[in-house]
Ligand binder design. Structure first.
Ligand code: SF4
Ligand code: SF4
Length: 169
């Protein structure tokens, strides 16, 4: 749906770190399509941000993993059920995107610019480092606050089962 084309939060490393593969998925075939995989405790996962997410859409749509096929965030479900309009959901998505853009600026100021890492992991890296001075401490606190607010919003308005929807990388 057009909502997803304006969003991508479930593919770009903002909402999830990984997507667990299901028995119907072929890890080998997905790797051949350019997806990054990891195996943990006997289970296969694709990593996010997903390399197949290009120009705001899934470039391997017909071959995407089963969980990707089945996933609908809370906003999408509510639009489909007629509980909210697409415009209302889009407003929520724009709000999240602005928060992500703000965090990107803060992380760049803190020297963490690796866009191939999930957003929360980049934040965790900064928060784990002892601040060098008062300015770094203030920046660290700003990142912590912004990430907490964003995460709470994602839990409330997008994720279906907070933090359990996907395991962390
Ligand atoms: S987070 Fe929801 S609206 Fe956004 S791309 Fe995923 S399913 Fe679509
Ligand atoms: S395979 Fe497609 S739908 Fe699944 S995470 Fe990657 S871009 Fe998103």
């Amino acid at each position: 749906m057009s909502l997803c084309q304006a969003c991508g939060l479930c593919c770009n490393g903002v909402m999830f770190h990984t997507v667990r593969l299901q028995p119907a998925d072929s890890a080998k075939a997905l790797a051949a399509l350019g997806l990054k995989l990891k195996r943990k405790k006997g289970r296969d996962y694709i990593l996010q941000p997903c390399p197949a997410f290009r120009e705001n859409q899934c470039s391997i749509y017909a071959a995407r993993p089963e969980r990707c096929r089945l996933f609908e965030c809370r906003q999408l479900q509510r639009v489909t059920a007629g509980e909210i309009t697409e415009a209302t959901a889009l407003e929520k998505i724009r709000d999240v995107q602005q928060r992500v853009a703000h965090l990107d600026v803060l992380l760049a100021q803190a020297g963490t610019t690796n866009a191939k890492r999930p957003l929360a992991k980049r934040c965790e890296k900064i928060l784990a480092e002892p601040p060098a001075d008062h300015t770094a401490r203030t920046l660290r606190d700003d990142i912590d606050h912004a990430m907490r607010e964003l995460d709470a919003m994602l839990d409330r308005d997008f994720r279906l089962v907070p933090k359990l929807a996907e395991e962390t990388a």
